[in-house]
Design a protein. Sequence first.
Length: 95
Amino acid sequence: METVRPRVVQTADGTEHIACNLCGADDGEPLFTSPDLHLGGLERFEMVRCRRCGLIYLNPRPAGERLADFYPDDYSVFQEDRWSLGMRIRRLHVR
């Protein structure tokens, strides 16, 4: 199966509209919208289902430069202790 690079369109509100990551189609059917429960519902996110292949994904999604805004500073991946997810992955990779 060939790798599909989705088309990404940046929007003025700091999000990006993307095509399906699996098949590349830009034909998502809205499923539901949900508030971000970790940020007190200030942001709303829409899940869509690709009409071509059925993949369910977030669209639009936060642009890369905004991702850190959605995680607390003490989120385990950001920590450098030996038990953080990032450190565990690095240790597995080195073996």
